[in-house]
Structure formats: structure tokens, C-alpha cells
Design a protein around this ligand. Structure first.
Ligand SMILES: Cc1ncc(C[n+]2csc(CCOP(=O)(O)OP(=O)(O)O)c2C)c(N)n1
Length: 635
């Protein structure tokens, strides 16, 4: 039973609650969050850490007029539940359900859609500037974690906010960690912002001085003591935020609802840019998540009583194979260094860091810096590997162009979670990389058909001595045998796949496929064979350079009636577009059917549901190919 939560349908309902009822409500929210994530998977530890903070903010400020902008949005489950989505919370991250992140189309309280880090201060500043232009008076609050604070965009926004001097509140939710532990020098700086004996002595002296100012002394002192940690900023040297033009208040215990509401009540009345530094505990209130906050950052379904994750037996993931193979290669080649942008576990580089600590860099949520750092490392004579999820690599596009490809440096970009990623949904799909990379000169782009081919491609990449990108999917491999021997792969050479009882040279249909779609294409070809249509399958391996000879041999084969392309990328500008360009350049006129992702953002579901939504399942492909083939031969 949720005695209090059941009565809360919007933040306005919080205004009636006493502090002790709010504390009880915090417990009920935690229970609902834990029980739901245990079923659906999701971002648990961050959301648990932000429960009291959310409650205090939503009690003090007047939503939806006042605007709370969440950074990343993975800590916003309490926000979702308190803003009219309690009933629908069971559908979290599911097909047709609510998303795991704030999303403008979902609720008026979701002020800004999010999923990628470090945007909240820029958004809040934009909202504040718009408010002033329109002559309104609402409060604008950005809530950002110490991990997200490592993203450069935040400092661009702080710099600008300090200049504009708008009324904007930044709440720094500092739990001392990003996903995997500590988040760099900034984290060290934040942890030093604590009450030291010198500070307390200095504060007393200052308070004494203020109190004795005639007439106004008592009033000034009252304000100063209500925002008492704010006084510190006048005393503690090097107040980074103060230097940037923010009034710094904190650190405040982020699990003390009474204190938080007092501080926010006070802050509401202040003008100018304000930064409230709140200390929280990641995973707060659920012991397994408090003990292992990394594991419960983003977690699959688990047993509530034990915290045991419900794992199905599966072949090793692409990430695991990448991790193992890179270390294998790095044992032989001492020049190999690896870079992650705050995702050592997610990208599989954690083990690399443990084995080769001096050759490993975790740069924080700083994808741009990660790529340019790699450029510098390569120019300095070593072989950097940058592993970043496809969706987050979007941040570093100019760096890939300017600092890697234009310099023609041998940097290996490993784009994990390429394609449809499942429950995290639209913000996290890695479906644009082939389009945004394919147009860059000097870059080789590969996509493995299975986990063994990923091994071979990694080995091959180091033999090319120029920029290389390898993109591979989220989740388990196909379960193929992993060949011990790592063989170099000829750059730009496709591989013909055997389809039972199909003679590729005589097949009227040829499917050119890349990455995860190679296996789907093969399965589709088997189905087509059962319907009496022979379809050959080519694993292109290289999106760039395309194997023009192989494409030409199919185009020029009189048996060819239909060419099919298949990729887990948007159709616009992707691999299929490349094949169309090649065919057009040959002056040929062959019917082409393309499979990929259409011109829309794919909503959340399981990976399979998303593939089905996009028509990428083998049975869907077979049906569509058969129909198009019949049309082609009727002509
Ligand atoms: C641009 C970008 N890079 C990487 C990520 C992956 N990511 C999600 S949350 C997170 C850590 C955020 O840490 P923090 O802001 O301190 O929040 P916490 O999880 O500790 O509550 C990372 C690296 C992301 N969402 N966006």
C-alpha cells in the first residue's frame, strides 16, 4: 500500500504535506521505484539518490509554471511518479509505455527532453532568457549531477550565465560519482568543498562582524545564516562557481527534506545565478544499490530481496568480445592505448584499465575531448582506441572530422550500441553513425556480422594506419565460435555468404547487408528459398570503402532482377544510400529495395520490438522482398 503516494497526483498535492509525511512519501516512492525497476530494468541508483531532492524542489517551487530541467534524466523517476504518471509507471521503458527519461511529448512537467548528459544549464539559461523576453517571472532550475558536470557544455553555459546574470538556479546533485566511480579533478574539487575547522572559525568571525553592523546587521545575519553555507563562498578561496558569477550555497545534505525545503525557500527569494550544492548518496535506501551503485546505475530485471540480476544464459556480448580482444592485442602491441568517456564498464574498457592503467584514460563525460585527445596521442606516436556508444559519439562529430580524419591519424573509433538499443529508446539508439561517418574522407568504416568478425576487424584496424571506425550492436553476439587466430582483413573486401541451395551467380535477388542485418538477411534468404525465390547474401563488412567490384559484379549479372540493402541505421545517407550512389555512378538501372530505419525517432521497446517496428525482422524482410521481386519480374 502507498498511503501517501496514492493521494499525490501532481506536485501541488505536496504543499499540504508535513515534513514527516514527506519523509514517509520518500519511502513509498523508493518502494515503487525499486519494485518497478526490478521488473522492467532501468536507472535505479541515480533515481533513488534524488528522491528527497525531487520532493523538496516540488514542494517549494510551483510547477508547472516554475521549470525544473533534469540533466540526463536518468534520475527522474520520482519526478515522473509525482507528475501524474504513478499509474503508468509500471509501463516504464516498455513498448507503448512511458520513457525512461523526461520527454516533452509525455508531460507538461517534462520541460525538456533529455538522455544525453550536460545540457541542463544551457536549457535552463535559454528558458530564463525567454522568460525575461516574454516578461514572465517563473523560476528556472537545472538539476545536474557531478558526473554530468564534467561535460564541457556545462562550462560553456556557466560562463554565459555568469555574464547574463539571469535568475537561474543550478542544483548540483553531487553523489561523488559518475557511472563508474569518481569523475575527475572536478569531483576532487567538489569533495573539498566541505566544512573545515578553519571555515567554521572564519564563519563565526564573519557572522560576529555582520551582527555588529548597526541597524541592518541582524537582518543580514539572518539571511546569511539561512543560506549559511553561502557565507562560505566568501571565505573559501577559489570558489570556482563564485568566480563564474554564481552565488554558491552548500554543501547541503540532499536527504534531509526539512533542510532542503528551507534552503530552496530561501533561494527562491534571491536574484541572479545561484548554485546549490547538494550531497546525495547514489542508491540511497536500497542496500544492494548503496553497496554497488555502479551495478544498479542501469540494471536489468532483478530479485528485490537479494539484488540478484536475473540473467538469461547468452553468448558473450559484443562489448565483452571487444574488451577481451583489445587486451589480447594490447599485450602484443604496447602502443595501444584506450580512452573512454565515463563509461569504462559499459564499453568493456574497465578490464583494460585494470590491466594497463598507464595506457588507459577515462576523460569523464567529454566525448569531444576524448576524440581530440586520441588525435593528440596518435600524433604523438601511439595507437589510441576510443570506445564510445554510437549515440554519444554524435557529440564528437567535428573532432572526428577536424582532429582525426583531416589529420589522417590512425585512431580507432569503436562505436558500441550501434543500431537499435532497446528500452532506453529514442535518445540512445545508435542509428545515425553510418550516415554521419560515411561522408568523411580517409575514414574506414566496418561493421561485423558476428562477434568473431568483430575480433578480426579489431586486429585488421591496427594494420591500416589510418582512421578507422567499427560499429557493433548492443547485446549478445550470435554465439559463433571465436577463432583464436587473429587474421588481418583486406580493406574494402566484402564476403559472400553461403545460403543453402542458392547459387549466388544465378540468383535473381542479392542482399547486400551490414552488421546485425547480415544474419537477418541470411534468415530472410532461407525463407525466400522456401518460397522458390533464390536470394544471395553478401556481407559487405566495409561501409567505406564500399566493395564496388562486388556490387558491380551483381549489377552487371544478367540474372539480377532485384538488389536489396539492409542496415540497422537510418536510410537517409546510410549504407543503402552508398550502394544506390555506386549503382547510379555505374550508370546502371536496377531495382533496389532498402531496409533500414525510416525518417522518424524509434520509440522504446525491446530490441526485437523495435526491429519489428522498423520492419527489420527476417520474416518481414522476406515478405517485402518477395513482393518487390514479383513486381520486378512482372515488368
Ligand atoms: C553525452 C553522454 N555521454 C554519456 C552518457 C552516459 N551516462 C549516463 S548517466 C552518466 C553518469 C552521470 O553521472 P551524474 O551526472 O553524476 O549522475 P548520477 O548517475 O551519479 O546520479 C553517464 C556517463 C550520457 N547520458 N550522455
Amino acid at each position: 500500500m502507498y498511503f501517501i503516494l496514492e493521494r499525490i497526483n501532481s506536485p501541488a498535492d505536496l504543499t499540504q504535506l508535513s515534513i514527516s509525511e514527506m519523509e514517509q512519501l520518500a519511502g513509498e516512492l523508493r518502494r515503487l521505484i525499486v519494485d518497478t525497476v526490478a521488473e522492467n530494468g532501468g536507472h535505479l541508483a541515480s533515481s533513488l539518490g534524488a528522491v528527497e531532492l525531487t520532493l523538496a524542489l516540488y514542494k517549494v517551487f510551483r510547477l508547472p509554471q516554475d521549470k525544473v530541467v533534469w540533466d540526463v534524466g536518468h534520475q527522474a523517476y520520482a519526478h515522473k511518479i509525482l507528475t501524474g504518471r504513478r499509474e503508468r509507471f509500471a509501463t516504464l521503458r516498455r513498448k507503448d509505455g512511458i520513457t525512461g527519461f523526461p520527454r516533452r511529448a509525455e508531460s507538461v512537467y517534462d520541460v525538456f527532453g533529455v538522455g544525453h548528459a550536460s545540457t541542463s544549464v544551457s536549457v535552463a539559461l535559454g528558458l530564463a532568457a525567454a522568460r525575461d523576453i516574454c516578461g514572465r517571472g517563473e523560476h528556472v532550475i537545472a538539476v545536474i549531477g557531478d558526473g554530468a558536470m564534467t561535460g564541457g557544455e556545462v562550462f560553456e553555459a556557466l560562463n554565459h550565465a555568469g555574464e547574463l546574470k539571469k535568475n537561474v538556479i543550478v542544483v548540483l546533485n553531487d553523489n561523488g560519482m559518475s557511472i563508474d566511480g569518481h569523475s575527475g579533478a572536478l569531483s576532487d574539487y567538489l569533495s573539498r568543498l566541505r566544512i573545515t575547522p578553519e571555515y567554521i572559525r572564519a564563519k563565526h568571525e564573519l557572522e560576529g562582524l555582520i551582527k555588529h553592523i548597526p541597524h541592518i546587521g541582524e537582518t543580514v545575519y539572518k539571511t546569511a545564516s539561512l543560506i549559511k553555507e553561502g557565507v562560505k563562498s566568501a571565505i573559501v578561496p577559489g570558489g570556482l562557481f563564485e568566480e563564474l558569477g554564481f552565488r554558491y550555497i552548500g554543501p547541503v545534505d540532499g536527504h534531509n527534506i526539512k533542510l532542503l525545503t528551507e534552503v530552496f525557500d530561501e533561494v527562491r527569494q534571491l536574484d541572479g545565478p545561484i548554485l546549490v550544492h547538494v550531497r546525495t548518496k547514489k542508491g540511497k535506501g536500497y542496500i544492494p544499490a548503496e553497496i554497488e551503485p555502479e551495478k544498479f546505475h542501469g540494471v536489468g530485471p532483478f530479485e528485490v530481496s537479494s539484488g540478484q540480476v536475473k540473467k538469461k544464459a547468452a553468448p558473450p556480448s559484443y562489448t565483452q568480445v571487444f574488451s577481451d580482444t583489445l587486451r589480447e592485442l594490447a599485450r602484443e602491441n604496447r602502443d595501444i592505448v584506450a580512452i573512454t568517456a565515463a563509461m569504462p564498464s559499459g564499453t568493456g574498457l574497465k578490464a583494460f584499465g585494470e590491466e594497463f592503467p598507464e595506457r588507459f584514460f577515462d576523460v569523464g563525460i567529454a566525448e569531444e575531448h576524448a576524440v581530440t585527445l586520441a588525435g593528440g596521442l596518435a600524433a604523438g606516436g601511439v595507437r589510441p582506441v576510443v570506445a564510445i556508444y554510437s549515440t554519444f559519439m554524435q557529440r564528437a562529430y567535428d573532432q572526428i572530422f577536424h582532429d582525426i580524419c583531416l589529420q589522417n591519424l590512425p585512431v580507432l573509433l569503436c562505436l558500441d550500441r550501434a543500431g537499435l538499443v532497446g528500452e532506453d529508446g529514442a535518445t540512445h539508439h545508435g542509428v545515425f553513425d553510418l550516415s554521419y561517418l560515411r561522408n568523411l574522407p580517409n575514414l574506414t568504416i566496418m561493421a561485423p556480422k558476428d562477434e568473431n568478425e568483430l575480433r578480426q576487424m579489431l586486429a585488421a584496424a591496427f594494420s591500416y594506419n589510418s582512421p578507422v571506425a567499427i560499429r557493433y550492436p548492443r547485446g549478445a553476439g550470435l554465439g559463433v565460435e571465436l577463432q583464436k587466430e587473429l587474421q588481418p582483413m583486406e580493406r574494402g573486401k566484402a564476403e559472400r555468404m553461403a545460403v543453402p541451395e542458392v547459387d549466388a551467380a544465378a540468383a535473381p535477388v542479392t542482399i547486400f547487408a551490414v552488421g546485425s542485418q547480415v544474419d537477418s538477411a541470411r534468415q530472410a534468404a532461407v525463407r525466400l528459398k522456401n518460397e522458390g525465390i533464390d536470394a544471395a547474401v553478401v556481407n559487405m563488412r566495409f561501409i567505406k570503402p564500399l566493395d564496388i567490384d562486388t556490387i558491380a559484379s551483381v549489377v552487371n549479372n544478367p540474372a539480377t532482377k532485384l538488389i536489396v540493402t539492409a542496415e540497422e541505421n537510418v536510410l537517409a545517407g546510410g549504407f543503402g544510400s552508398g550502394v544506390l550512389e555506386a549503382i547510379a555512378d555505374m550508370g546502371a538501372n536496377v531495382p533496389v529495395l532498402r531496409f533500414g530505419i525510416g525518417d522518424e525517432f524509434v520509440p522504446n521497446g525491446t530490441q526485437k520490438e523495435e526491429r519489428e517496428y522498423c520492419g527489420l525482422l527476417p520474416e518481414q524482410m522476406a515478405e517485402k522482398i518477395a513482393a518487390r521481386y514479383k513486381k520486378a519480374v512482372e515488368k
